[in-house]
Design a protein around this ligand. Sequence first.
Ligand SMILES: C[S@@+](CC[C@H](N)C(=O)[O-])C[C@H]1O[C@@H](n2cnc3c(N)ncnc32)[C@H](O)[C@@H]1O
Length: 267
Amino acid sequence: MTAHRRDADEKESRSANGADWDRYADEYQATHGEFLGDVGFLWGPEGLTEAEAGILGDVRDRDVLEVGSGAGQCSRWIRSQGGRAFGLDLSHRQLQHSRRIDEMSGVTVPSVRGTATHLPFADDSFDIVFSSFGALQFVADIDRAVAETARVLRPGGRYAFSITHPTRWMFPDDPTTEGLTASQSYWDRTPYVEVDDETGTTSYVEHHRTLGDWVALLAGHGFRLTTLLEPEWPADHERLWGGWSRERGVLTPGTAIFGSDLWSRVD
Ligand SMILES: C[S@@+](CC[C@H](N)C(=O)[O-])C[C@H]1O[C@@H](n2cnc3c(N)ncnc32)[C@H](O)[C@@H]1O
């Protein structure tokens, strides 16, 4: 595999990342499934739960869509709290894990295969749309993804999502002290692209937006930003998750969680 910094459009990003999540899903669920909890809502590797954070508000009797739902752990927690949560994910294999856990846990999340930029739902279908590290960093056409979210939300609906904290883009994705020295520009939005050396195909794409980009995106689609949480590394938390570790986590934020309300429809 060779890593590049170069442009990657929506089509290339989607076909690379769908296949990547299909390949990675078994290992991902084996490594992180227990920490996530079959019926559990974590906002990120720091372990902050929705029960603690309350970013979505009361979910009881609400119609809820999770974009990039993976194995549906968060949506299953919402179902356990009385919300009608539905999942959408690009990866067939992730959705197979979701079905497996539905059956094991007895809490079913009706889910569909799809992509964040083309939500297969009518206008005004949901009270809440959210993503916990789902989809957004893998999407090139983020403007379209946020517009789709606004379209399927009812007026006044809630939109919340967690992503890798944008400041992490400056650092190598390394959980040790090596990952604490800034080596590239925070403002360089050129995507990170991995190419399979044997086949020449693009195997992974990640996109970056600054904090200011996210504020402009939300405001530009009629959302009022109410929350930006940057969870601190908990005192008793030793878990390593990719580039997230205690070593880095006590010094720099690893996760950003945005919460917003749809206050006007922008066409
Ligand atoms: C890190 S997982 C997050 C899932 C779940 N919240 C969790 O914590 O395990 C990212 C998910 O986003 C999905 N994804 C990637 N690109 C997507 C897209 N364009 N549309 C919808 N889902 C996408 C992946 O298939 C994967 O299941």
